[in-house]
Structure formats: structure tokens, C-alpha cells
Design a protein around this ligand. Structure first.
Ligand code: ADP
Ligand code: ZN
Ligand code: ZN
Length: 830
């Protein structure tokens, strides 16, 4: 076929390819999956070639020429391209956006490109090219003077048109080499402030002189110095202030007296590469592991697409099964992807895989710089590395022959990209990508998602079970502590942070030099009304989710369907008059810890403290080394590491998570509590979990107490069936954002009207304000679509309806200043 025309898509909102003429001299370079420069209106944009064809119905005057071809080889394989197409179709986003997600970010940043002459005999090369390719000869001539030049400089001297393609041609023949170099600012390392004891005062004599005797120091200052001396290490200023309870000015005055040193230090980079590789321990799989592994190996042997759900409690040896499966896949000459939630991508996890597969492992971590990620990407694309490990986006690893995908902790919400486009779920993309490659998928979890477990029940996935912990450590004892009783007994008006039982148990651990994890659910962003006496919380009668309390008008509102009613003055269940609820902030818990356990060394870990690259990693490592007694944190501490000395896990208040306005609130709470319970107890040190709550008879808690996933699932699945929630129905959320609330409201309303006029089997819920109605000065309203899978199994009708409606809406209502975000299968509706 004579390819004369190229179809090009751009990473913009216009969701269709544009046709361009291919100038004759670029013909041989145009390949699907390469980037091109092409004129687009008054601008010149980078787009992707998604198709080539011999003819077009467009008139010549409507066509423009491709300006240049930027890549020598297609950036994405045919297989990845097909995956991007599926993503664009399924998640209702432009193909250009999907392609952009599939490729490394660096390719879209202003990197500096250098061309370097690598040919041997330059003068004869010049002659050879002079007639055949005068432009190439020109480039060689310029390069022969300096050896290496930035592309921009060449552009200035000989013009931009077709420059890259000529360079690519030269590169293909081995005469030059092109390198991407990022501007300095991109690879800048972050600095953090650290503190250490002045080394000169660590000796006993100096210590006596400077600290104990002579100079006047406050008790707190001494405590702080003593802490630094005991640990003998540096510590970040932030952590130190928290642990010692001193203020910044106090610390500064210690610095003035030369007792401590403050300095900035680079946060760690190249974290993984420099770590030493150790021999992996020899492990013989136990019966259950063997059986699971053999089923996976058989599927690999058949070269057929299949999906396994590996349901195994924490510490049951799931990872060992993944590792054995990777050995098999590498032997067959194929490659593997291992997805782990961001938080579990610790050096320990990576080391475990690297100790087995050495340099064949490439890590793709979002905390790596774009250049580092690009480096991993290149190693995978060239076949040098064959096991990609990383969070969500690693599902797009450019492997040559994909054979196995592992999704660890498959129930994790972080696998879903919330923003921006494409709003994909990496677990579902994994299953799709495996299908395109006849590959095998292992979804692993201690608490599978309701959707995946259901898929296993109906035979879509094959279930594999590891019901016991490897070393047969018993599951920890879980105690549910009723807070209203506690409050009554304490005689105080305010809700207690620590019940007497929890406080007692914490004291015990500190005394015995064991460790404690305290879980504080994310603060309630939206308030709900709860009876202080009986714990009653009102649900929407249509949607079974907790109604949210709005101060304005004192009303309760459902964030799914928009149902609203006046907030009750007294509890409808027990008639008590005390019904308002307020969440508990981290701050107050921190203060309480300091007050009640003054000798304890505590550290907090949540989004605020872990903004810095690798910061949470350091906190976890320090905790593991015994630098702290108490680790306080949000859900993020529930997963990840195994700590040998943690024997108590306390959940300060389980209710906040239980009553989030989301149909998955119950599922998430169950998962969280089960995971957090899995953190307690090791060999010879039995664990204990104390869950504080006002709703002691809540089903999730009751199931978490007995570690009974199946019981929880059986009830949950019936509720979902009744209300057509996933996996029985499909949800698409359409979010409207804008500065003008009235306009946002109207747009959502108009959109809902357009949707309602379509004759397809689904419900249109809303519009309603989002639970987080205002973020960064923008108002947010949403419309939800709920379709039944019985009537529309693949969701095709539903998606088509949204596409049509969006088009019609944009044409009919020409609104400005409103952003619309379509989220298919949303995991959060905040
Ligand atoms: P999971 O991934 O289910 O949490 P892991 O695979 O991490 O479990 O196993 C937990 C611990 O038990 C690890 O330290 C691992 O090395 C060890 N382990 C796994 N399988 C075996 C086995 N068959 N025999 C002995 N130790 C094992
Ligand atoms: Zn009540
Ligand atoms: Zn409702």
C-alpha cells in the first residue's frame, strides 16, 4: 500500500484523528506509534500517528503536510497502541490522552535534544550524502565542526522543516546519535532540614560539662539532646520537633549554643540502584502455595489468557508464589509486570524481587524523577530488563513479550487514576492487557474487592487460596470497644480519645519495649448526624449510603440521588436529643498522646508528613528499627511493612470510615480493619487489636473481629445486587467544576436532562453537589449514571449514551468556564 496520508491524534480534548498529507521524503519514516509535528490551526503540535492510508475523501485544499517525524522507531508497540485504544473507548477519553498515559512523561516535556556525530569517516560520508540527501549532508557538515550540537541550534541554522526526520535517517544508518537531556531544574533533588548532635559533646566529659552541669538548659532541651544522643543519628527537624515536643525557637537556641547542628540534606535518590543485592533465602513452598503455583504454571504453559484471584491472608506467602511464577515466565522467554500499591513500593519489596531477578528488574516509581523513570522505560523497551515493578502506571511497561501480570493488593483504590484523563483502573487494564497478549494475571489480596471475588464465584477468575499464615502464627485477637459506654463511665462530656482499655494496653507495650500502631481514619470531610446515645446514623432510603449533614438549612442530603430531608432534632431511633457529630483531628490525638504517654516516642505519618520524597519510607524504616514506640497514622500505615515488635494496633474511631457517603464505605472499612489487624503479632509475640467505635454491632466490625471475609462478602453482595451497585450495575460519574456555582449547577442540570431524554436502560441520579462541594475555589456538582449489567452487559449502551449526551450538550449549551470530568467505574465520589 502506498501510504500517502496519515491519521494523527493530539493529546487534547478533540477526540478524533486528523488527516495529513505525508510529504514524499518522509514516507519511509511514517509508522504507526511515532510522534509527528503537524500544523494545527495557527500552532504546531506534537501528535501521534494512529493510521496510514492510500487515499482520502478530503479535498486537497483541506489537507496539510506533516511537518516532521520525531521518532525513528514507534514509541509504542502495536499491542500497547491497541490497549490505548481500548482505554480511550472504555474510559471515555480522547485517544491522545490515553497514548500520553501509556508513554513516559519525559517525551512530552521540553527536554533538550542533542545530536552527536558518531560516524568514522566523515569526509567520505559528506560526499556520499551530498547528492542523495543534501539535507543530511548539511547536518553532517555542521556537526563535523563541533561533534555535538543541540537540535535547536541546528534548527536555527538550517531550518526546522524535516530536520528531525533527517536526523532520524542519519541515526538509522548509524552516523549520528540523538540524546535527550533534561534541563537542570527537572532533575533537581529536594532538600530537607536535618538535625544532629554536635559531635564534640557526645563524649562523657564534654556532655557533663555542657549539658548536665554549668549551662542552664530547660528540661525539654535536655530531653531533646538526650534523645539525639541515644539514637546517635541524624533526624529530620520535623520529626524531632514532634517527638521531643520542643518548639523551633528552642531548637534554634540549641543551635546557637553549638549543641546541635542543623543542615540541609539531599533526599535520597537512586534509592534502589545502590542497594546491595543479597542472596534470597531458599524457600520450599508449602502444600497450599505449591497447589496455587502449579495451577498458575499450568496456565502459563498453555499460553492462554487466564486470571487468578489469589486470596491469602497477610503473611500466607503470596509474594513467594508470584516470585516462582516469574521464574517460570522468564524461562519461557516472556516478561512480567508486578503492580504494587504506591505505599508498598518500599525498598524492602523491591529488594526482594531484585534478590531473585537481579538486573532484570526495572522499577517505575512515581517518586523517581522523569529522567530516572525514562531510564527504566528504556531498559524495558530494549529487553535489557524483563520484570517491571511499580505502581499503577507500570501497567504500561513497554515489555517485548508480556506473559504474566501480578497485581498485589488488587483491592487497593490507588490503582484507579482519579485525575486527569484517562481515569483508568490498573487492575482492569491489567486483565485487558493480558487478554491482548494471551498472558496470565494473578490478582493477590488478603481482602479481595467485592467485584473480584464475585468474578471468581461466577467462574470468570480462578480462585486460589492460602488460608494460613506461613509460620502458623494465630490471627490476632480483635476487641471491639464501645465508646458510648466508655464516655458514660468517664463522666466527661467530651468524646475520649483513648478508652481506659486502650490506654492501659499502650502503657503495657511501652513498658515491655514493644510497639504500637494507632490508626486514625482520615478526618470526616463531610459531617453526618449521629446519635450520641445509640449510634444511629441515617441512610438514604434509595441508595443505602449515609446522609450528609449540611449546616445551611440544617438538612440531610444524599450525594448519590439528591434526596434531602430536614435534619432531625432528636434521634429517630431512641429519642435522645444529642445528635450532632464532629470528627476527631490528628492534632488532638497527637496532643493526647503526648499528655497521656509522656515517655513514649511517637511519630505521625499521614499525607502532611509524607509530602517529601521518600519521607514515609524513612519513617517506616525508623519505626522498624525501634526509634519510635508509637506510629500514628491514617489508612496509609495499614499496609506495607511487617514489623516484628508491633503487638498492639488501636483504631481510634472506626466510625468515620464506616459512614463515608459511598456505597463502598463498608467494604473499605472491612478491608482496612482486616489489614491493620494483619500487622499485629509475630512469632512468640501474639498481637491484639482494639477497635474503638460508637457502632459496636456494625456488620463490618463484627466480621473484622472474626476475620471472616466470606461472611462479610455474602451479605455485601446481596446488598449490591438489590441496589444495582457494582458488580451488578455500572456507574459513570460526570463531574462539573467551575468558579460560578450557579453555572455549575445549571450545566449539571442541563446535562442530566439531555441524558434523561435518551432511551436507554439506566438511571440518571442527580444532579447533586459533591460531598466536597468546593475545592480550590471551584464548585463541584455531579450527575451519576447507574446501568444494569443484565440489560447492558458490556456497558456499551451506557458509554454511547454519555458520548452522545456530551456532544449534544457542548453543541446546545456552549458553556464556558465549566470543566467536565467523566469517570467510568469511579472508586470515589468525593
Ligand atoms: P504475603 O505476600 O502473603 O504477605 P510473603 O510471601 O511475604 O506473604 O511471606 C511472608 C514471609 O514468609 C516472608 O518472609 C517469606 O519469605 C516467608 N515465606 C513464604 N513462603 C514460605 C515457605 N513456604 N516457607 C517458609 N517461609 C516462607
Ligand atoms: Zn439514638
Ligand atoms: Zn440516595
Amino acid at each position: 500500500m502506498e501510504a500517502s496520508f496519515a491519521e494523527v491524534v493530539f493529546p487534547r480534548t478533540i477526540d478524533r484523528p486528523f488527516t495529513y498529507r505525508i510529504p514524499p521524503d518522509l514516507g519511509h519514516l511514517v509508522k504507526i506509534g511515532c510522534r509527528v509535528l503537524a500544523p494545527f490551526g495557527p500552532r504546531r503540535l506534537t501528535g501521534f500517528i494512529v493510521g496510514v492510508k492510500a487515499s482520502t475523501r478530503l479535498a486537497d485544499s483541506e489537507l496539510k503536510d506533516i511537518h516532521d517525524v520525531l521518532d525513528l522507531q514507534p514509541l509504542c508497540s502495536d499491542e500497547l497502541y491497541r490497549l490505548a485504544r481500548w482505554i480511550s473507548d472504555y474510559y471515555l477519553c480522547p485517544l491522545g490522552d490515553a497514548l500520553k498515559a501509556v508513554l513516559p512523561a519525559i517525551l512530552f516535556q521540553k527536554s533538550r535534544q542533542y545530536v552527536e556525530l558518531v560516524a568514522e569517516n566523515i569526509s567520505s560520508l559528506g560526499w556520499m550524502l551530498k547528492n542523495a540527501a543534501p539535507r543530511q549532508a548539511q547536518i553532517v557538515r555542521y556537526l563535523s565542526k563541533s561533534g555535538r550540537l543541540p537540535v535547536t541550534q541546528l534548527m536555527k541554522r538550517i531550518g526546522a522543516r524535516n530536520l528531525m526526520s533527517s536526523i532520524n535517517d542519519l541515526q538509522a544508518q548509524g552516523f549520528v546519535m540523538v540524546q535527550h537531556v533534561l534541563p537542570k531544574s527537572q532533575v533537581k533533588t529536594r532538600l530537607a532540614r536535618f538535625v544532629r548532635l554536635n559531635p564534640e559533646i557526645t563524649g562523657a566529659e564534654a556532655w557533663n560539662q555542657q549539658v548536665d552541669g554549668g549551662r542552664k538548659l530547660t528540661a525539654r532541651q535536655i530531653r531533646c539532646l538526650q534523645y539525639l544522643k541515644e539514637t546517635g543519628a541524624e533526624i529530620s527537624q520535623k520529626d524531632l520537633l514532634f517527638i521531643s515536643g520542643i518548639g523551633l525557637s528552642t531548637l534554634k537556641s540549641l543551635q546557637k549554643r553549638s549543641l546541635v547542628e542543623l543542615y540541609d540534606k539531599e533526599s535520597e535518590r537512586n534509592y534502589y540502584r545502590h542497594a546491595e543485592i543479597v542472596e534470597p533465602p531458599k524457600i520450599i513452598l508449602n502444600e497450599e502455595q505449591k497447589s496455587a503455583f502449579e495451577q498458575v504454571a499450568a496456565a502459563i504453559g498453555k499460553n492462554e489468557f487466564s486470571t487468578f484471584l489469589l486470596h491469602g491472608v497477610t503473611g500466607s506467602g503470596k509474594t513467594q508464589v508470584y516470585i516462582e511464577a516469574i521464574y517460570v515466565i522468564l524461562q519461557t522467554g516472556r516478561d512480567a509486570i508486578v503492580l504494587v500499591p504506591e505505599i508498598s513500593l518500599t525498598p524492602q519489596t523491591v529488594q526482594r524481587f531484585r534478590s531473585h531477578f537481579r538486573d532484570q528488574v526495572a522499577v517505575l516509581h512515581s517518586a523517581m524523577s522523569p529522567a530516572e523513570r525514562y531510564d527504566s522505560w528504556r531498559r524495558l523497551k530494549s529487553g535489557e530488563a524483563r520484570v517491571a515493578i511499580g505502581p499503577r502506571s507500570a501497567i504500561f511497561a513497554p515489555l517485548r513479550q508480556l506473559g504474566l501480570i501480578v497485581v498485589d493488593e488488587e483491592q487497593e483504590d490507588s490503582y484507579k487514576q482519579a485525575d486527569p484523563n484517562p481515569r483508568y483502573h490498573a487492575r482492569d487494564v491489567a486483565v485487558m492487557r493480558a487478554k491482548l497478549n494471551n498472558a496470565v494475571v494473578i490478582l493477590g489480596s488478603a481482602t479481595p474487592s467485592v467485584e473480584s471475588y464475585y468474578n471468581a464465584q461466577i467462574g470468570k477468575y480462578q480462585i486460589l487460596k492460602l488460608p494460613r499464615r506461613v509460620d502458623d502464627i494465630p490471627m490476632p485477637k480483635v476487641e471491639i470497644l464501645e465508646l458510648q459506654k466508655e464516655q458514660r463511665l468517664s463522666g466527661k462530656k467530651e468524646m475520649p480519645v483513648f478508652s481506659r482499655l486502650l490506654a492501659q494496653e499502650i502503657d503495657k507495650r511501652i513498658m515491655n519495649q514493644q510497639q504500637v500502631i494507632l490508626l486514625l481514619n482520615r478526618r470526616g470531610f463531610s459531617n453526618f448526624i449521629k446519635c450520641k446515645d445509640c449510634g444511629f446514623i441515617e441512610n438514604c432510603k434509595n441508595c443505602q449510603i449515609a446522609l450528609t449533614y449540611h449546616l445551611r438549612g440544617r438538612r440531610l442530603r444524599c450525594h448519590y440521588c439528591g434526596y434531602t430531608k430536614k435534619a432531625p432534632e432528636v434521634c429517630p431511633e431512641c429519642g435522645s436529643a444529642d445528635v450532632l457529630f464532629r470528627g476527631l483531628g490528628t492534632q488532638r490525638v497527637e496532643e493526647d498522646i503526648k499528655e497521656r504517654f509522656p515517655s513514649a516516642r511517637a511519630v505521625r505519618m499521614d499525607l502532611d508528613t509524607t509530602g517529601r520524597k521518600w519521607a514515609h519510607d524513612r519513617i517506616l524504616r525508623d519505626f522498624e528499627r525501634g526509634k519510635y514506640d508509637i506510629l500514628l497514622g491514617t489508612q496509609m500505615i495499614a499496609k506495607g511493612l511487617d514489623f516484628q515488635k508491633v503487638t498492639l494496633v488501636g483504631v481510634i474511631n472506626a466510625d468515620i470510615g464506616l459512614f463515608l457517603p459511598d456505597f463502598r464505605a463498608g467494604e473499605r472499612s472491612f478491608q482496612l480493619l482486616t489489614q491493620v489487624a494483619g500487622r499485629a503479632g509475630r512469632k512468640n509475640l501474639p498481637g491484639e487489636v482494639i477497635i474503638q467505635t460508637y457502632s459496636p454491632f456494625n456488620f463490618c466490625l463484627v466480621c473484622a473481629k472474626t476475620h471472616d471475609f466470606v461472611k462479610f462478602f455474602n451479605k455485601e453482595i446481596e446488598e449490591r445486587r438489590e441496589l444495582l451497585y457494582p458488580p451488578f450495575g455500572r456507574i459513570i460519574s460526570i463531574l462539573f467544576k467551575g468558579k460560578d456555582e450557579k453555572k455549575v449547577m445549571e450545566s449539571a442540570g442541563n446535562f442530566a436532562q439531555v441524558l434523561k431524554s435518551e432511551k436507554v436502560p439506566f438511571q440518571v441520579l442527580g444532579p447533586t453537589p459533591s460531598p466536597l462541594v468546593r475545592i480550590q475555589n471551584k464548585y463541584r456538582w455531579h450527575v451519576l449514571l447507574k446501568g444494569s449489567k443484565r440489560l447492558d452487559a458490556s456497558g456499551k449502551l451506557l458509554r454511547q449514551a454519555v458520548r452522545t449526551a456530551e456532544k449534544k450538550f457542548r453543541e446546545d449549551f456552549k458553556v464556558r468556564g465549566i470543566q467536565i470530568a467523566v469517570d467510568v467505574d469511579p472508586v470515589s465520589l468525593l
